[in-house]
Write a protein that binds this ligand. Structure first.
Ligand code: FAD
Length: 267
């Protein structure tokens, strides 16, 4: 690990000021991705600004037609939240399937989406539900938030404060996961708003993306049969020790069909 300075912010304003003061400063949330990256010398922040003592960033609440989750809310708290389970059960399922107990008790939604790991689960929910990411500077539509592998629309020093998820008529998250880490080899977040269907795919490529052909078919006919025979092109998908691009391409319609089935069974 390279040398770095550690500062603990007491307010959001203080956190923003501490980040602005030193170039290459980074917020520290659960530390589940950032600290291992620093240990392996893959990240070299000059200053870490710890958000853990900042009040008001950890909550799950329903406001009208949205479920709003504070950036510092731990995965385990979303998994167990009665509000999440009632409004968007798929989101609670997603959070409960992340990593192991330790990761779920430390890791946060803000850290997960800001990190934008290609195999992370939450980015698919943000994209699949068309959520809005709120930051210290602006509101960013989910469709514009994830810009590439480990890259987002966030500017240096910008802090995610909360994520607002529109409540769909039905949703499901289905992932084929790495047995050791539980990161997605392919994960599908599917949401239906009336006849409009959104399908977000994580794990399969360098960055989460929407599967527009599957969305169009399901908007016409919301049934597993509408997608299970689709031949998904493997171009631009990932090949690694966990699976080839062709294998991942095969999994996309298969898991999407299972997600549809889950929505139908849930009524
Ligand atoms: P940190 O590690 O503290 O930060 C990550 C990055 O986000 C840093 O660059 C940091 O500066 C930035 N950041 C943090 N908070 C903010 C904020 N509010 N605003 C702006 N930038 C911010 N994830 C999955 O989705 N599915 C899995 O199955 C899974 N399995 C895992 C298994 C293991 C063994 C481990 C170690 C991790 C796993 N993860 C998995 C990742 C986990 O979900 C992490 O919690 C998440 O990636 C990062 O969240 P964090 O709160 O720990 O962020």
């Amino acid at each position: 690990m390279y040398e770095y300075e550690y500062r603990r912010a007491g307010t959001l304003e203080e956190a923003a000021a501490l980040l602005a003061e030193v170039e290459d400063s980074r917020p520290l949330a659960g530390g589940m991705s950032l600290v291992p990256a620093m240990k392996h010398r893959l990240a070299r922040p000059a200053r870490l600004v710890d958000l853990n003592a900042v009040p008001g960033l950890a909550f799950v609440e329903r406001t009208g037609s949205e479920l709003v989750i504070g950036a510092m809310t731990r995965h385990e708290d979303v998994a167990l939240s009665p509000e999440a389970k009632a409004a968007i059960p798929a989101l609670a399922v997603l959070a409960g399937g992340i990593g192991d107990v330790q990761v779920r008790h430390r890791g946060t939604i803000g850290g997960s989406i800001s990190n934008n790991d290609p195999g992370a689960c939450y980015p698919s929910a943000v994209l699949g539900l068309g959520a809005t990411v709120h930051t210290t500077r602006r509101e960013i539509p989910g469709d514009a938030f994830f810009t590439g592998m480990f890259e987002t629309a966030l500017e240096p020093g910008e802090i995610v404060t909360k994520v607002a998820f529109p409540i769909p008529d039905a949703a499901a998250y289905v992932k084929f996961h790495n047995l050791a880490s539980r990161f997605s080899i392919v994960g599908i977040f599917l949401a239906r708003f009336g006849r409009r269907v959104r399908v977000a795919v994580t794990g399969a490529g360098p960055c989460v993306f929407r599967a527009s052909e599957l969305e169009a078919r399901l908007s016409d006919d919301f049934s597993p049969a509408a997608v299970e025979d689709v031949s998904f092109p493997p171009d631009n998908l990932t090949s690694d020790l966990h699976g080839s691009a062709a294998y991942r391409a095969h999994l996309i319609p298969v898991l999407t069909a299972r997600a549809v089935q889950q929505c139908l069974e849930a009524g």
